[in-house]
Design a protein around this ligand. Structure first.
Ligand SMILES: Cc1cc2nc3c(=O)[nH]c(=O)nc-3n(C[C@H](O)[C@H](O)[C@H](O)COP(=O)(O)O)c2cc1C
Length: 196
C-alpha cells in the first residue's frame, strides 16, 4: 500500500464477550497487517443518550461531536454489526443518528451527511445463529447508501459465532478468515482509489 489508508473499525455491540467486537479485532488486525492506519474504537467509550431532538436543541453531546470528527477523518470504515430481530442494533442506529444529525449554527457540522459522504464502508456481522447476522447487513446497506457511503460489495456474515473463535480470539476456520480478508482487502483497494 502506498500511503497508509486511515481506516476506522467499530462494532455495534458493547457486550463484554461480544462476538462482533471479537470480529472487529480480527478485522482491525488484518487491516493493520495490510498496511492500513487503523483506528479501532469501542462505542462503549462514547456516552450517547438515545437521540432526542429536544435534548439536541440544548446542545449536541460532546461524544457525538467526537464521533463526527472520527468518522469524517477516516476515508474508509469497517462496521461489524450484530443482528437483533432481523436488523442492526439500536446502539448502531442511535450512533448513526447522532453522527448524521446536523449541528445548527455550527459551520463545521451543518451538513448531516458530511461525516458519511464518500466513505468506503465494509460490512461484517457475527451471530450464534445460522445466518450470521446477514439480515442486519441487508438493512444497514441501504441506510449507509442513503448517507452517500460507498458500501463494498463483498460482505461477510459469520455464523455459529460461539464456536468460531479460538482462545486467542482468532477465527478457527480458514474459509471464515478468507472471507474477512476478502472484505478488508476490497475496502482497502477501493479506499485508496477514492481517497479525497
Ligand atoms: C433482542 C435480541 C434480538 C436478537 N435477534 C437476533 C436475530 O434476529 N438474528 C440473530 O442471528 N441473532 C439474534 N439475536 C442474538 C444475537 O445475535 C446474539 O445475542 C449476539 O451474541 C449479539 O451480538 P454480540 O455477541 O456482538 O453482542 C438477538 C439478540 C437479542 C438480544
Amino acid at each position: 500500500m502506498s500511503t497508509p489508508l486511515p481506516l476506522l473499525v467499530f462494532a455495534g455491540s458493547t457486550r463484554a464477550q461480544s462476538f462482533n467486537r471479537k470480529l472487529a479485532t480480527v478485522a482491525a488486525e488484518r487491516a493493520q497487517a495490510e498496511g492500513a492506519q487503523v483506528t479501532h474504537i469501542e462505542l462503549a467509550d462514547f456516552d450517547l443518550p438515545i437521540y432526542n431532538a429536544d435534548l439536541e436543541a440544548r446542545g449536541t453531546p460532546a461524544a457525538a461531536v467526537k464521533l463526527k470528527e472520527l468518522f469524517h477523518a477516516h476515508p474508509a470504515w469497517i462496521i461489524v454489526s450484530p443482528e437483533y430481530n432481523g436488523s442492526y442494533t439500536a446502539l448502531l442506529k442511535n450512533t448513526i443518528d447522532w453522527v448524521s444529525s446536523p449541528i445548527k449554527g455550527d459551520p463545521l457540522w451543518s451538513s448531516g451527511t458530511k461525516p458519511f459522504a464518500g466513505k468506503v464502508v465494509g460490512l461484517l456481522s457475527a451471530s450464534p445463529g445460522a445466518l450470521g447476522g446477514l439480515r442486519s447487513l441487508s438493512h444497514l446497506t441501504p441506510l449507509l447508501l442513503n448517507l452517500q457511503c460507498w458500501v463494498a460489495p463483498k460482505q461477510f456474515a459469520l455464523s455459529r459465532a460461539g464456536d468460531a473463535f479460538d482462545a486467542d480470539g482468532q477465527l478457527v476456520a480458514e474459509p471464515a478468515r478468507n472471507a474477512v480478508h476478502g472484505v478488508i482487502d476490497q475496502v482497502l483497494w477501493a479506499g485508496q482509489r477514492l481517497l479525497p
